[in-house]
Design a protein around this ligand. Structure first.
Ligand code: SAH
Length: 263
């Protein structure tokens, strides 16, 4: 499916008969935002980046002013080949999509406290490079954002996108690094990380990603097959793990390259 990298509540109007509404009656603090965004499906779309970001903020998809600054500083039109300011995933080739803006905003917001200046961040399945660029801005020159992507052409494309967005300085200063590889293994040489984001759904949480989290670090990862939950995994100072579900989502799979693109 190409309808991926999207919050399930956004597609309820399309699939209302197919999905049990009770699945979305969550008791977390998220329920009010879920209900709000359900009734406002697609309404965060705009004709420009600034409009998109302020619509996402007004819909309370994100609340951190640092997320606002990052999203204003990274213009989606340089990363997204079609309808860049529409609040939906867009096809980018190789059977995958750039995630919807509301998912990017939500994940950055969940990680905002970990994406402080000087922090280390890992973006697994970096695709277009959009979210890695946002992370790089949030961690600043004293920090590092690492993107790992298994489609070599997408790695090249993401580097072109970052340059087209006027951000070659992030690459030359190595505050943003793009690496071709299997993201399920993480990137140990640049870790451990304060923040890890995974942009594709894993059947189970890869242990390497938990291992590469700093104590106090946070991992955001969609987990599941057909029905997926966006999980927030915190590594406590003593090394133990706390886990909670943020919301139901639909992402492309975190998988083998041959599975994704065919032989
Ligand atoms: N977050 C990106 C891309 C989301 S799509 C964006 O919004 O632009 C998910 C990405 O994960 C795709 O680019 C896909 O090629 C990549 N991917 C899937 N499995 C992977 C794996 N095992 N290792 C690295 N990348 C993977």
């Amino acid at each position: 499916s190409r309808s991926t990298g999207i919050k399930i509540s956004k597609i309820i109007p399309l699939f209302i008969s197919a999905i049990s509404w009770s699945a979305f009656q969550r008791t977390s603090s998220y329920s009010s935002r879920l209900k709000l965004s359900t009734s406002m499906a697609w309404s965060c779309s705009s004709s420009n980046n600034k409009g998109l970001v302020s619509n996402l903020e007004n819909a309370r998809i994100f609340q951190s002013s640092r997320v606002r600054e990052a999203m204003l500083g990274v213009d989606r039109k340089h990363y997204c080949p079609s309808n860049p300011y529409q609040d939906s995933p867009q096809y980018i080739g190789y059977n995958v999509t750039i995630s919807a803006p509301h998912m990017h905003a939500m994940c950055l917001d969940a990680l905002a406290d970990r994406l402080k200046p000087g922090a280390r961040a890992l973006d697994v399945g970096s695709g277009t490079g959009y979210l890695t660029a946002c992370m790089a801005i949030m961690v600043g020159f004293s920090g590092k954002a690492v993107g790992v992507e298994h489609v070599p052409q997408l790695v090249e494309q993401s580097i072109s996108n970052i340059k087209a967005d006027g951000k070659e300085y992030l690459l030359s200063s190595e505050s943003l690094v793009m690496i071709e590889g299997d993201g399920r293994k993480g990137i140990a040489q640049h870790g451990p990380y304060d923040a890890i984001h995974v942009g594709a759904a894993a059947p189970t949480i890869p242990q390497a990603l938990i291992d590469q989290l700093k104590p106090g670090g946070r991992l955001i990862i969609p987990v599941g097959n057909i029905m997926q939950e966006l999980l927030q995994i915190d590594k406590n100072p003593d090394g133990t793990i706390n886990q909670k579900s943020i919301t139901s989502v639909r992402y492309v799979p975190l998988t083998d390259l041959s599975q994704q693109v065919g032989k």
